[in-house]
Design a protein around this ligand. Sequence first.
Ligand SMILES: Nc1nc2c(c(=O)[nH]1)N[C@H]1C(S)=C(S)[C@@H](COP(=O)(O)O)O[C@H]1N2
Ligand SMILES: [Mo]
Length: 388
Amino acid sequence: MRPRPPSERDFTSFLRSPAVASRVGLALGICFGLAFLTGLYSHWQQNPDAWFPPPTRPVWGYRLTQGLHVASGTAAIPLLLVKLWTVYPKLFAALPDLRKPRAALLNALERGSIAVLVASGIFMLATGIANSAQWYPWSFTFRLTHYALAWVAIGALVVHIMVKLPLIRGALGADIDSTENDRPGTAHRASGMTRRGLVGTAYAAAAVAVLSTAGATVPLLRKVSVFGVRSGDGPGGIPINRSARAARVTALATAGDYTLVVANGDREVEVDLDRLTSMRRHTYDLPIACVEGWSAQGTWAGPRIRDLMALVDAPEGADVVVRSLQPSGPYTTTLLPGNFAAADNTLLATHLSGERLSIDHGFPCRVIAPNRPGVLQTKWVARLEVRT
Ligand SMILES: Nc1nc2c(c(=O)[nH]1)N[C@H]1C(S)=C(S)[C@@H](COP(=O)(O)O)O[C@H]1N2
Ligand SMILES: [Mo]
């Protein structure tokens, strides 16, 4: 006998039902929506040419939004797996009658949006997870690709929800064990697991996934966070993202003749180490909040960027370009929008936890500004200049 492809009716489990799919799907949709919004915010934060700059307050803002971004993406992984398992038989559903164009069109739209949604959704979660583990096994730029595909995924999700709305409403409105929305061929014998059990397990798996990674940003969870990518160890209680050695900056950062250059057009002032550390020092508790999801609070001290820019009579509120001693790499030049450059708590930190900054945290000095992605907290600063 020739084997035949499976048909929808071969899948008889009553767990694979709209009742389960809509409940798990609702949670998944919330995760995708939250990840999308917090992702847009992060993208805006990192875009130096944004129409208007992000606010400098609350200082923990980015720590919260990026923590939520990574947590919602993490929670989405088990939910997506359960959702795909639940709806898998629909892949083998009979094709619509082409003599009914309206139904055929809707069906094509439905299948097309699902294909795009599944592919882009898996891409988003896979690249996100790899990124939060600091693994970049690709040659495209992560941020732009992750951002572009986010629009594709959210667009496909909106189409999917619109097409399915009547079924979603019916399934969510009815009791979870109601059979009225079930696929044809569903068997109603009790099997080992109930629908409630499966949905509860999916939610619990999502919660476990979040708790086992969230210690990277919530210190209280560190003990249960067995898969947390960052421990929270490191000088001054702050993890080290890229070490001085990895950035090939050790010799330059420890050179005896180091001077910081502050520039406003042609006007330049050289600030040597003695002068830098004898300037009026301010102390603030501010987090480093990495886009990869980990974050940690530190007690930073150093001169205000504002006071340094005043040495060259920079206009108040001017944008400042920050250049690192680091010879190459994506974070060697960053932009401090004027509102950040002018803020009281934007420092060129020379100290962490009362001690001189360690080489891996950016010795001789680094930018620490409130409510900013970690990637913009430039280490081993060589030059501050007014943007022209
Ligand atoms: N010059 C330079 N600055 C940098 C980086 C870098 O690679 N080079 N990494 C950034 C990133 S991604 C983060 S999260 C923070 C981490 O700072 P930390 O290593 O002191 O924790 O530094 C930022 N500053
Ligand atoms: Mo980072």
